[in-house]
Write a new protein. Structure first.
Length: 205
């Protein structure tokens, strides 16, 4: 990921996109380069201070200078392109507990061509308590927005209730995908404890 800050202002959405990339597991290589031909405003100065120690970092004064930075950044990170991509990266591995009438959501930032595979399985929380069914969905951002636009967040349809789900999503374009684990309100027998694994595969070419 290459970010060129051109101008005096770093808007909130731009900084949030950078932060989302920094929070991603595994974190992508990120280069942040600032145009020094303009006076930086407070937002740009704040972003510069926060990003200085987290990324490949530099200043430029022309298009030629920016190209040099980008070329050096790519040369430094070229070994990542040579890694064996046959083994999926683990985006998340956690245990989620969902009470009746509640849900847990996760969002993952993908690039075009990424494939996410999710394994979600209800487990027994203790030897004396049974495992409980739950509802599950893995959605691209457009479908997630469409489903939640006009319905309460706990009521848009997820489908069947099961003990185990395995879902795969292929990113047709860069953006977020959303995962939802829900324990519907009519399940009055207690919380559902779910072991969750999220795997990311990248295109080989």
């Amino acid at each position: 990921m290459v970010v060129a800050i051109i101008g005096s202002v770093v808007t909130g959405p731009v900084f949030e996109e950078i932060q989302a990339a920094l929070d991603r597991t595994s974190r992508p290589p990120i280069g942040v380069f600032f145009d020094t031909t303009v006076a930086r405003g407070p937002s740009a100065e704040s972003a510069r201070d926060q990003l200085r120690n987290l990324t490949v970092f530099g200043d430029f004064t022309s298009v030629v200078g920016l190209k040099r930075h980008v070329s050096a950044f790519l040369a430094q990170k070229v070994h990542l392109a040579r890694q064996n991509r046959a083994s999926p990266a683990v985006l998340a591995r956690e245990r989620v507990v969902v009470a009746p009438g509640e849900e847990e959501r996760r969002a993952f930032l993908l690039v075009q061509g990424d494939t996410v595979r999710v394994l979600a399985e209800a487990i027994k929380p203790s030897p004396l308590l049974p495992r409980q069914r739950f509802h599950f969905a893995l959605l691209p951002s457009a479908e997630f927005v469409e489903r939640t636009a006009i319905t309460p967040y706990t009521r848009f349809g997820l489908g069947e209730d099961r003990y185990t789900f395995e879902r795969t999503l292929h990113a047709q374009q860069a953006g977020y995908c959303y995962m939802v684990i829900r324990r519907p309100w009519w399940f009055q027998l207690g919380r559902s404890t779910v072991d969750l694994t999220v795997l990311l595969s990248r295109p080989t070419a």
